[in-house]
Design a protein around this ligand. Structure first.
Ligand SMILES: Cc1cc2nc3c(=O)[nH]c(=O)nc-3n(C[C@H](O)[C@H](O)[C@H](O)COP(=O)(O)O)c2cc1C
Length: 174
């Protein structure tokens, strides 16, 4: 219940690398933790393939998908990268990142390339993965200093819980 009261934030797709296989996993429990230095936190179950990949590669990418990918996001959350290569299984475009070894998602409307901040306590006690953002970019026209849900075009996806997603519909205060 607590989680759903605080939702929805944008659901993100976290990508990383384990040996030669790319991992990509939907993560709804994500938050910024610092502006300077830029840092984010993700809550990732330590049995997930992407967690294993991040621990090996020591970096990851937070890819922000648009509503066009909603169905794929759900599918990516229903299978483990340990069993299938999710990039090829779901026809996703894998791109080389600017500053990290982990690949990024070509169709993302926002990208945060992160280096793992190895905080043993956060990892062991809470499965909280902290990342220092070393590079960020967003699709032009969609993000101008902030998201613009009032404009036409791609929008972020919110996860309300279970199989239910929603989309921000506009601005209410100026
Ligand atoms: C919309 C959505 C949000 C999710 N959020 C999280 C999350 O915040 N933390 C987490 O550990 N798992 C989360 N999951 C579950 C994982 O994405 C799912 O178990 C996935 O298949 C793990 O894949 P992997 O083993 O390839 O990493 C979410 C799934 C979906 C569909």
């Amino acid at each position: 219940m607590a989680y759903r009261l605080l939702s929805p934030g944008p659901v993100v797709l976290v990508s990383s690398l384990f040996d030669k296989r790319a991992a990509i996993t939907p993560i709804a429990w994500n938050m910024p933790v610092s502006d300077d230095p830029p840092m984010v936190a993700l809550e990732i179950w330590d049995k997930h393939f992407v967690y294993k990949a991040i621990m090996q590669t020591k970096d990851f990418v937070v890819n922000i998908p648009s509503t066009e990918m909603a169905d794929t996001v759900r599918k990516l959350g229903g299978v483990s990268g340990a069993k299938v290569d999710k990039f090829s299984e779901y026809g996703l475009t894998k791109e080389k990142s600017e500053k990290v070894k982990s690949p990024r998602l070509g169709s993302a409307i926002g990208i945060l390339e992160c280096k793992l901040r190895e905080d043993e306590r956060m990892l062991k006690e809470y499965n909280i993965v902290l990342g220092d953002v070393v590079y960020a970019e967003a699709e032009e026209g969609v993000f101008i200093d902030r998201w613009h849900p009032e404009k036409d075009g791609p929008k972020i996806i919110n996860h309300l819980g279970g199989r239910v997603f929603s989309v921000p519909s506009g601005r209410i205060l100026e």
